[in-house]
Every structure is written in C-alpha cells, then in structure tokens.
Design a protein around this ligand. Structure first.
Ligand SMILES: C[S@@+](CC[C@H](N)C(=O)[O-])C[C@H]1O[C@@H](n2cnc3c(N)ncnc32)[C@H](O)[C@@H]1O
Length: 403
C-alpha cells in the first residue's frame, strides 16, 4: 500500500516515466515530455533520478516545466557533477580541435544533446565564448561550465543567452539568472572572426545570431571552387558571408538581397574587411520574392542562386512558412537561373526531412518547367555533430542543383 502510494506520488528527487518514454530513453534519446511523466513533480532545475514504471533506474535528468519535463544527462542514476560535465566538455572540445580547420576562429564548441549535454550550446568566437541554454532550468550548471571554459579554453569573456525552442512558449525574460556578459570582460565592439582566410565581424550582444552561421562552413568549403566567373544571386543574404565567399572566389557579379538594411550594412562592411570594394557589387534591401519577380520580368539570369530563408518570416509579400512556400521559392529561383546554372537550397528546419525537402524543391522546378540534376546533398559542418540517437540533431539540409 505504502509502495503504491509512493509510486503514484514519485519519491522526492525522482520522476517516473511511462513505457513509451522508457523505450526512447533506453535508446539514448535525451528528452522526457510532460505527458510521459506518470509520477513526481520536481521543481525546474532539480536533479532527479528517472525511473520506469517498474521502478528500474533509467537515468539522471534535470527537471523542467516547459515543453520538456526533463533533460537526461546520463543513463545511470549517478549525479550530474563536475566530473560528468568535465568529461563531456573535454570530449566535445577534442572533436573541435580535430575538425575545425586551422586558422578558423569561429566554431560550435558544444552542440547540446549531440555532445551529451542536452540544452547546452557553446559557440566560440575568436577569444570569446557564448553559452546558449535552452531553458533557465539549466542555469544551475553554469558555474561548472564557466569554470571549465576558464581553465581549459581561457576566453576573454563569456556571454550567456537563452535559446528557447520555438515550441517553448515561456517568457524567459523574468528568469532570475541574468543574461549577457557573465564572466571576464566584453570586447570594445564587433570582433573579427576568421573562416580560413575570410574575415567576418561578429556582434556578441546579438548572440546567438552574431552574424556568422558556422554550421554552413562545410557548404562554403564545398562551393569554394565553383564561383569563378559566375554571376551570383544570394537571397536572404544576412551579413553577406556567402556573398563575400563568392566574390573572393572570383564571381563576377554578386547581388545580395535581404529585407534588413541593417544586415546589408554589415554585409558591405564584411566586403570591405576582405579587401573587396562593395561599390562593385549590388546590395538590395528588399523582399526576396519581389526581387525574383522583377528579374523574371526583366529576363536577367544568374549562374548561382543561393536560397537560405529563415524558418519563419513576415515580409511585404506575406508570411513565409517553409513547408508551404519552398515550392514557390524554388520555382521563382529556377525562373532566373541560367541554363547550366546552380540553385543552392538550404533548409534548417529539423521537422522537414531531407526527402521531403527535395520533394518540395522538385515541385518548384517542375512548376517552372525546369529539369534539374542534384549535384550534392550537404549538411552541417562537423563541429555541429548529430547524435544518432537524437533525430533532431541532423537539422541542416543543403542541396545543390544544376538546372
Ligand atoms: C537564416 S538567415 C540567412 C543566413 C545567411 N544566408 C547566411 O549564410 O549568413 C535569414 C535572413 O533572411 C532575411 N529575410 C527574412 N525574410 C526575408 C524576405 N522575405 N526577403 C528577403 N530577406 C528576408 C532575414 O532578414 C535574415 O537576414
């Protein structure tokens, strides 16, 4: 009787999960959803032993009260302590020391669930670290993370940002843990980051979107040999990192399009710091669909068209939503791509599978009456590893087509 009551309530410091969750946890999946918890009501941030309905220990987790009930850090019931965190951080760092090219100073040092550190991402920007936590429930781990960073990587400063999942509708602005600079000192302004011999100036207070997406580095590397003599249309150009790569690679014309004039200001700056004269190139602060429509009407074509839209955006031509709008975007891009020209289509929405993405783009090409060859299916750089037990880890799909 006592045991039954205890099971229903869950012991303090533990939660019990249903059989469905148990099956996933035993495969190494690190998330527990609220509807999977059958007993136990720990406070957010509490370290809890996870048990199955039979009472068997399934792991140790940090509890949360959001769209997730808990994040599992280990498969035994032992503590989430400095030893565990240090080991995981050390293994993550060893991978980056191996795969980040020499001379590249911006990279993902820790990639959350995929490095055994659920909800925790750490980006490295030259001499600074940005820790991005998916929830304030993880703030209790900060002292250990900061100490490890200071001892092992010696950053000049460490920033903290919240990185709420789009499915998490809580307001993190009221969290007791302050964000911004949490250790060391801030740089005087933007800081220079090198990707090989290309320089990009990033803005740490804008973290996590500092102005350079390192997950796309592998794509820039793959494309590096194919810009020479090409005319390039870079849609959703942001701070112009692809545009700079194209211009440095010998593209003759590069047009960068972004709704945000402020982003394009930074793009022109990035041209300048790479000894490229921005006046020789075009920057259009406009809606991508409007620009594509205008080029279709004027009959101007391009040899390389880059499509890297956000998962969600509201622009003058309406609300962009990936699933609905990819065929329309691919069709409009195909209509302005020269014969033999390439469309580079990038999608970072984990919920769209690689196969579905290729299907959406193919629909667009068909609508435009263009046939296409798939030259490469690329993904995130290796400093963004994906755990095989965490399907959401493989979020980035970049397909290169020749029309
Ligand atoms: C995912 S970022 C692109 C990243 C960029 N390709 C890079 O490699 O750094 C999305 C960008 O799309 C821009 N954007 C959103 N909606 C847009 C629209 N309708 N037309 C043009 N740009 C848009 C945003 O301002 C933002 O800079």
């Amino acid at each position: 009787m006592v045991e039954r009551a205890r099971r229903a309530r869950g012991e303090s410091g533990e939660i019990r999960v249903n059989g469905y969750s148990e099956k996933w946890l035993s495969k190494g999946f690190p998330w527990i959803y609220p509807k999977e918890v059958v007993a136990g009501t720990p406070a957010p941030g509490e370290s809890v032993v996870v048990r199955g309905e039979s009472g068997a220990v399934l792991g140790r987790a940090i509890a949360d009260h959001g769209w997730l009930a808990a994040r599992v850090f280990r498969s035994d019931g032992e503590e989430i302590d400095e030893d565990l965190l240090g080991g995981r951080l050390g293994r993550a760092a060893a991978l980056r020391d191996l795969v980040v090219p020499a001379g590249t100073t911006g990279y993902r040092l820790v990639n959350g669930e995929n490095d055994g550190l659920p909800g925790i991402r750490i980006d490295w920007w030259s001499h600074y670290a940005v820790v991005a936590l998916d929830s304030p429930s993880l703030a209790g781990l900060l002292p250990a993370l900061v100490e490890w960073l200071q001892v092992e990587r010696e950053p000049r400063g460490i920033y903290l940002v919240w990185r709420p999942d789009p499915r998490d509708d809580r307001d993190f602005s009221t969290a007791s843990q302050a964000t911004g600079l949490i250790a060391g000192h801030a740089p005087a302004g933007d800081i220079a980051v090198l990707e090989g011999d290309t320089r990009v100036d990033v803005r740490l207070p804008d973290a996590p979107d500092v102005g350079l997406y390192c997950d796309m580095r592998a794509v820039r590397t793959w494309l590096a040999d194919y810009w020479g003599g090409a005319s390039v249309l870079n849609l959703f150009a942001f701070t112009g990192v692809f545009s700079v790569a194209a211009a440095r690679g010998g593209a003759t014309d590069v047009v960068s399009v972004d709704l945000s004039a402020a982003a394009l200001e930074r793009a022109t700056h990035n041209f300048r710091v790479n000894n490229l004269d921005p006046d020789r190139y075009e920057f259009l602060a406009e809606d991508a669909f409007k620009v594509l429509d205008r080029y279709r009407r004027t009959g101007e074509g391009f040899d390389r068209v880059i499509l890297d839209p956000p998962a969600f955006s509201r622009g003058p031509s309406g609300i962009w939503s990936g699933q609905k709008d990819w065929p329309r975007l691919a069709a409009a891009a195909a209509r302005v791509t020269n014969a033999g020209g390439w469309v580079i289509a990038a999608c970072n929405q984990g919920e769209i599978s690689p196969r579905e993405f290729r299907g959406l783009v193919a629909q667009g090409f068909e609508r435009a009456g263009r046939s296409a060859q798939l030259l490469a299916s690329l993904g995130q750089s290796p400093d963004f590893p994906a755990s095989v037990t965490f399907p959401e880890g493989r979020y980035l799909k970049v397909d290169v087509y020749r029309l």
